[in-house]
Design a binder for this molecule. Structure first.
Ligand SMILES: C[S@@+](CC[C@H](N)C(=O)[O-])C[C@H]1O[C@@H](n2cnc3c(N)ncnc32)[C@H](O)[C@@H]1O
Length: 137
């Protein structure tokens, strides 16, 4: 039988307020039961949403997580990390190569077209990715 003692430590109300789909804490709990994680490891949580998986990894395994998201701002996740006791981290704008940007902007889809408008509106300074690095103290 599976053991979800780690998941059970998290406040259900907090979790339900921050889910963006399936129970991310339960899934990461299950995955990490068959993966060996050590404190020296660094994990990229790409598309972290509300940062639940990063919070879990930092708190339960002490790994350094890079929590990156498009819709949820780094500021929102910063507050959530603090609220959940993850309090040793840095926030930075991510570099994006010219090649990656040109490739994205050349894509024929409405979201890329919105990005072109954002870049024009912000005099070319717009970046759509911010990363947070979090680590349990
Ligand atoms: C369904 S949510 C899942 C969030 C989280 N991983 C979870 O399990 O709760 C998908 C997330 O992917 C993010 N996302 C989509 N495209 C992205 C991109 N190009 N760069 C960074 N984040 C992206 C969205 O902002 C959204 O928060």
């Amino acid at each position: 039988m599976d053991n979800y003692q780690r998941t059970e430590k998290y406040d259900k109300c907090f979790l339900s307020q921050n889910f963006m789909g399936p129970n991310a804490i339960l899934m990461i709990d299950e995955i990490t039961q068959s993966v060996e994680l050590t404190k020296e490891m660094r994990v990229l949580d790409l598309g972290c949403g509300m940062g639940l998986t990063s919070i879990f990894l930092a708190k339960e395994y002490g790994v350094q997580t890079f929590a990156v998201d498009l819709w949820i701002t780094a500021t929102d996740n910063y507050k959530r990390f603090l609220q959940m006791g993850v309090d040793d981290f840095s926030i930075m704008e991510m570099d994006c190569t010219d090649t990656a940007w040109s490739d994205w902007l050349a894509a024929d889809n409405p979201i890329a077209k919105q990005d072109i408008d954002m870049i024009k509106a912000d005099n070319g300074k717009y970046l759509n990715l911010i990363s947070i690095t979090g680590k349990r103290k």
